[in-house]
Design a protein around this ligand. Structure first.
Ligand SMILES: CC(C)(COP(=O)(O)OP(=O)(O)OC[C@H]1O[C@@H](n2cnc3c(N)ncnc32)[C@H](O)[C@@H]1OP(=O)(O)O)[C@@H](O)C(=O)NCCC(=O)NCCS
Length: 195
């Protein structure tokens, strides 16, 4: 299905709330700082995120929330039954190459939350912005994230070396892309019904 030309800017869209079967995705506020620090402060999470230091303090979370509010990056706090379980977002650091990213609290892994939330944000990104593709990356040693991307329709494009703050070094990252045409095709498949 062809999408209408988006009319709103990323700034105007930041108040959007997305709902999935089990999750609510909304803009993070300073009231979420403790929850964010709890999720991101776990080293099993931070070593898989490029720009997150370890240890990760409440001040880091405050800076994350305020910086996010001041940039066009699209970040959603993910809630399940009103408790914060993770974060999903699209980085516009390179405006021609928006990149999907996400992390979930260790206690919430393995429940399908990342896939469910990522799909909602992918739909949102393609529906609201005139983008041709979304990029994403996962450390080669991160099969769970790779699996999430594949379940969302991303295709592997190669391996790059990226620096990870919490590791204090560079490490290989599998790179992926999801083209608008592939996304549209997957969307129309899921909409089909049998009579
Ligand atoms: C990656 C991450 C977001 C996954 O969250 P999640 O909610 O557990 O993901 P989901 O449950 O939606 O899907 C994970 C999939 O990976 C699979 N998986 C998990 N561990 C795996 C492993 N070691 N090897 C292979 N597959 C694995 C799961 O079985 C699941 O697939 P399935 O639904 O087919 O069974 C979470 O582990 C996380 O926050 N990690 C740290 C931060 C991070 O890596 N962010 C991504 C940076 S690119």
């Amino acid at each position: 299905m062809l999408q209408e030309t988006p009319t709103l800017t990323p700034y105007e869209l930041r108040a959007v709330v997305l709902e999935t079967e089990r999750l609510v995705l909304r803009q993070p506020t300073l009231a979420d700082v403790k929850a964010i620090a709890r999720v991101v402060g776990d080293k099993r999470v931070s070593i898989n995120l490029r720009r997150v230091p370890h240890p990760y303090s409440a001040d880091d979370a405050i800076s994350f929330v305020t910086t996010t509010a001041a940039t066009i990056d699209t970040v959603f706090l993910v809630e399940h039954e009103r408790a914060a379980v993770g974060l999903v977002g699209v980085s516009w650091e390179n405006e021609n190459a928006p990149e999907l990213g996400y992390c979930f609290g260790v206690d919430h892994w393995g429940k399908g939350y990342a896939t469910e939330a990522a799909r909602a944000v992918i739909d949102y990104a393609f529906e609201e912005f005139a983008i041709d593709q979304l990029l994403a990356g996962a450390r080669v040693l991160n099969p769970a994230s790779r699996h999430v991307l594949e379940k969302c329709g991303f295709q592997w494009t190669g391996v790059e070396l990226h620096r990870f703050l919490a590791l204090g070094s560079s490490t290989p990252v599998d790179r992926f892309k999801l083209e608008r045409s592939v996304w549209a095709s997957l969307r129309s498949w899921s909409n089909s019904t049998r009579r």
